[in-house]
Design a protein around this ligand. Sequence first.
Ligand code: BTN
Length: 250
Amino acid sequence: MDANDLSQDALATGLPPWIRQVRFFQEVDSTNRVAGTWAMNGAGHGSVVVADYQSHGRGRLGRTWLSPKGTGLLFTVILRPKLARERFGLINLAAASALCRAFVLLGLDPKVKWPNDVQIGGKKVSGIASKVSGDAVCLGIGVNVNQTAFPDEIAGTATSLRLETGQPHDRAAIMARILEALDLTPEQILPSFRPWCVTLGSPVRVSLSSGTIEGVACDVDASGALIMCSGEVISAGDVVHLHQGGVEAR
Ligand code: BTN
């Protein structure tokens, strides 16, 4: 089988038992949108939408997620979690931890910028954008797998598994490893997340809808929110890590 094969058959290989069904599209607007509709129509926990290409990939905070055909891993898992709604933020943290554990198997040293930017050497390799659809969470994951270059605007801040390891990777196999690692109980999520998260213990600037705060990040709470050492609790925001001199780090 072609190592970059992302057909329905390739995707069905090696999946963990909790994955019920996978729908593959050569092209969609956004796997998150397709999964949202499917969830509203009753798709069960463990249903997955995968695409080779998205014409309108959605990122966090209204951003877009771009990935040329044949290069990225773009999928959305429908979850019906046994969690109170106010703790759904934990799902993004579980996903970040699962991505790190999948990338370590490739010999890499991934880190997470809270809440869920997975980085290698300070450059973003994967992003997570989830949305609630009824009582389901549609967990959207984008991984830069086989890109060999990025557009100028993001070339300094983005990387791919191929660039970091010097070799191409099988997208279907990587998805299977991520889904395997995602099978966490609620109690396991925070202990599995904290060790990857470089934000904890770091001086940060956080952009909020209400303004900006700076300080040292201390921990995450039971809902996945960031706790600053000053006591402030941040449930959503854009974090920049600061060097001690106040200069922005990637
Ligand atoms: C981010 O902004 O960092 C999150 C990016 C998430 C992108 C993924 S790609 C698969 C899924 N479908 C989407 O439209 N978005 C997510």
